[in-house]
Write a protein that binds this ligand. Structure first.
Ligand code: AMP
Ligand code: SF4
Length: 441
């Protein structure tokens, strides 16, 4: 079931995958580089016996792309065997690590997650929940965690709740996942979110809930609703599809345009395009087709095939686009290179006008909480005006959703979202040395 759950969550990380299981005596872990179907086969799964398990798909925001950094991370310490899987990014990990290394600690990975295991093992507390709470007290940033011990699984969400973590039920058993789409695949029922600052313990006795940290002002990542999560999931208690459609509706009201068709950029731009089309009355056309079988490619773009990266993935449907005034809806512009190539593709297919609409505000700041964004310097909106971006991507017009529009469409009535990539107002102190640990940017 953990294996199936990982399939449903593959979009959250494609770099490596792993599962740790316990049969009540021993914790055994298998992990590898690549997609879930590359890492696991029937032989491997046969060797993973147990009654409880955790799994992880990794997408690196801290630490190199390397098998050593694949998760779950497993260690044996005086408190027993433990396997840990982390979604998010700790903002003070680099500083802590230097401190621990100067005292002689040895690290086996370059990932930020390992500092938690060090603090857990060193804690003067004897109980597992207390030792975990002790370790969590030392770190700042974004973490949704699942930890596996010999006879229990822990689910933990940081006090600000940056990343999602949900609790479900399957018969008499409890399950945890980043997104509810994993529950759908195994026919588990969604019960609730693990609350920010909550630790749930799942063992033979059932479920125990502890508050390891006082409530903080929440900072749930709004980008989960804009781009990262699957639209068929409930995230932060809200349907992602519903948010994206609303984003599109708001966008249509804020940036209306006379056009013949609305085309969403697959896959992430499509739900917002649906909302845009509904609100504006301009028909939605499936004018771009995505090839789902293109994995990582080793074809180096040359001058002659500069647009190959995008062309391998997306192809315009000429009969829908030729001679038309097209509204192209996408979820975000990061560096601007993709949008520029897509606008070119659509023009080459004969579009008369191309109007780009983006279902979030300009991305002006990097994320330090678990989304892989480049440095500020590489974010086109951090250094260019909207008019300059329009010229760069060669669009006839360009419109971004406003911050108010984003908050309203994502249901932010109580100020519960992190919006830092659009406002530069980070919910925690962001320590510069972290940059040294970031592998991109
Ligand atoms: P670009 O502007 O060329 O850097 O890329 C923008 C495209 O990348 C958009 O179509 C988004 O769907 C997608 N995107 C946005 N954020 C991310 C991210 N953190 N990781 C990967 N792709 C992203
Ligand atoms: Fe999400 Fe942006 Fe905040 Fe990062 S900075 S957690 S991407 S809203």
């Amino acid at each position: 079931m953990t294996h199936l759950g990982l399939y449903a969550l593959q979009h959250r990380g494609q770099e490596s995958a792993g599962i740790a299981v316990s049969d009540g005596e021993d914790v055994v872990c298998h992990k590898g580089m690549g997609h879930v179907n590359e890492v696991f086969n029937a032989d491997v799964l046969d060797k993973l016996h147990g009654e409880i398990a955790i799994g992880h798909t990794r997408y690196s925001t801290a630490g190199e792309t390397d098998l050593r950094n694949a998760q779950p991370l497993t260690v044996s310490c005086q408190k027993g065997q433990v396997a840990l899987a982390h979604n998010g990014n700790l903002v003070n990990a680099a500083v802590i690590r230097r401190e621990l290394e100067s005292r002689g600690d040895i690290f086996q990975t370059t990932s930020d997650t390992e500092v938690l295991l060090h603090f857990f093992a060193r804690s003067k507390q004897t109980g597992v929940p207390e030792s975990l709470a002790d370790a969590l007290d030392r770190v700042t940033g974004a973490y949704s965690l699942v930890a596996l011990f010999r006879d229990s699984v822990y689910g933990i969400r940081d006090p600000r709740g940056f990343r999602p973590l949900v609790l479900g039920q399957l018969g008499d058993s409890w399950v945890l996942a980043s997104e509810t789409c994993a529950f759908d695949l195994i026919n588990a029922l969604y019960v609730r979110e693990v609350e920010p600052g909550e630790m749930v313990i799942l063992d033979r006795r059932g479920i125990t809930s502890l508050r390891y940290s006082p409530p903080a002002r929440t900072a749930q990542c709004v980008f989960e609703h804009v781009y990262f999560s699957r639209p068929d999931s409930l995230v932060f208690g809200r349907s992602v599809q519903e948010s994206r459609e609303q984003l599109g509706r708001r966008l249509a009201r804020e940036h209306p345009v006379e056009a013949d068709c609305v085309v969403g950029v697959p896959d992430s731009g499509v739900p917002a395009a649906l909302g845009f089309a509904d609100e504006s009355g301009i028909p939605l056309k499936l004018g771009l087709i995505r090839n789902h079988y293109v994995g990582r490619t080793f074809i180096e773009p040359t001058q002659a095939n500069r647009d190959l990266g995008v062309k391998l993935k997306l192809n315009p449907v000429r009969s829908l686009i030729a001679g038309k005034r097209v509204v192209l809806v996408d979820d975000s512009i990061i560096r601007g290179t993709t949008s520029r190539q897509i606008v070119r593709l659509v023009r080459e297919a004969g579009a008369r006008e191309v109007h780009v609409r983006i279902s979030c505000p300009p991305t002006i700041s990097p994320c330090f909480y678990g989304i892989d964004t480049p440095t500020r310097r590489e974010l086109i909106a951090a250094t260019h005006t909207i008019e300059e971006i329009r010229q760069y991507i060669e669009a006839d017009t360009l419109g971004y959703l406003s911050l108010e529009g984003l908050r309203e469409a994502a249901g932010d009535c109580d100020d519960r979202y992190c919006l830092a990539c659009y406002t530069s107002k980070y919910p925690t102190a962001v320590q510069e040395p972290l940059l040294a640990l970031r592998n991109r940017g």
